[in-house]
Design a protein around this ligand. Structure first.
Ligand SMILES: Nc1nc2c(ncn2[C@@H]2O[C@H](COP(=O)(O)OP(=O)(O)OP(=O)(O)O)[C@@H](O)[C@H]2O)c(=O)[nH]1
Ligand SMILES: [Mg+2]
Length: 171
C-alpha cells in the first residue's frame, strides 16, 4: 500500500477497488489479511472510513479512471444489484488493465436487485468470478445471515489475494 500518494516509487502495480457497501466490506477483509504493500486500495461510494484507502464518489469517475489507468493491474469487487454494481460495470468496460472482477449475486428475495444484477453481469464485457448469495443460504442454513455474509466476504478476500499474489509473481 502506498502511504505517500504522490510518490511514484512507492506506488504498487496493483489496485484493488471496492464499490458500494459490499465491495467495501470485501476490500476491508483483504486489507486486514494481506500486507498493505501488496496493492493500493480504492473505495467508491462507501460510508465507512478506512485509513490508507483512497476514497472516490460516483461523480469523481473521470478522476478515478485516470488514476486507475496508471496501474498495471486493476481488480474490481462489489455486491451486484445496486449502484456499486452499475459503477463496477462502467469501470470494467472503460479500463483496459482489468485483471479480475469478483462479485456477488443477490439473494432471490431481493427480486429487483437480482434482476438489476443480471443486467449488470450482461453489461460487463469480460469474465467475472461470481458468488451467488443463495448458495450461501444452502451451505450455511444454521448461520445467522450476518455471520454467513462476513465469512463470504473473507472467502472473497482470500480469492482476491490469491489473484494479487499470482499477478505479483507473474507480473
Ligand atoms: N458480499 C456481501 N454482499 C452483501 C452484503 N450485504 C449485502 N450484500 C449484497 O450486496 C448487494 C448490494 O448491496 P450494497 O453493496 O450495499 O449496495 P450499494 O452499491 O452500496 O448501493 P445502495 O443500494 O445504495 O446501498 C445487496 O443487494 C446484497 O445482495 C455483505 O455484507 N457482503
Ligand atoms: Mg450500500
Amino acid at each position: 500500500m502506498n502511504f505517500d500518494k504522490n510518490s511514484k516509487e512507492t506506488q504498487s502495480s496493483i489496485a484493488l477497488v471496492g464499490l458500494g457497501g459490499a465491495g467495501m466490506s470485501i476490500l476491508k477483509k483483504a486489507v486486514e489479511i494481506i500486507e498493505l504493500t501488496s496493492f493500493d486500495a480504492f473505495a467508491v461510494n462507501v460510508e465507512n472510513w478506512l485509513e490508507n484507502v483512497n476514497f472516490y464518489r460516483f461523480d469523481q469517475v473521470n478522476e478515478l479512471i485516470s488514476e486507475l489507468a496508471k496501474y498495471q493491474h486493476v481488480i474490481l469487487t462489489a455486491g451486484l444489484g445496486s449502484s456499486g454494481g452499475d459503477f463496477l460495470a462502467y469501470l470494467a468496460n472503460r479500463l483496459d488493465n482489468i485483471s479480475g472482477i469478483f462479485v456477488t449475486k443477490p439473494f432471490k428475495v431481493e427480486k429487483t436487485r437480482l434482476r438489476r444484477a443480471e443486467e449488470q453481469l450482461k453489461a460487463i464485457e469480460r469474465g467475472a468470478i461470481v458468488k451467488d448469495l443463495n448458495e450461501l443460504l444452502a451451505e450455511k442454513p444454521d448461520s445467522p445471515i450476518g455471520v454467513a455474509l462476513d465469512d463470504l466476504d473473507t472467502e472473497m478476500a482470500v480469492e482476491i489475494i490469491c489473484k494479487i499474489i499470482k499477478l505479483s509473481v507473474l507480473g
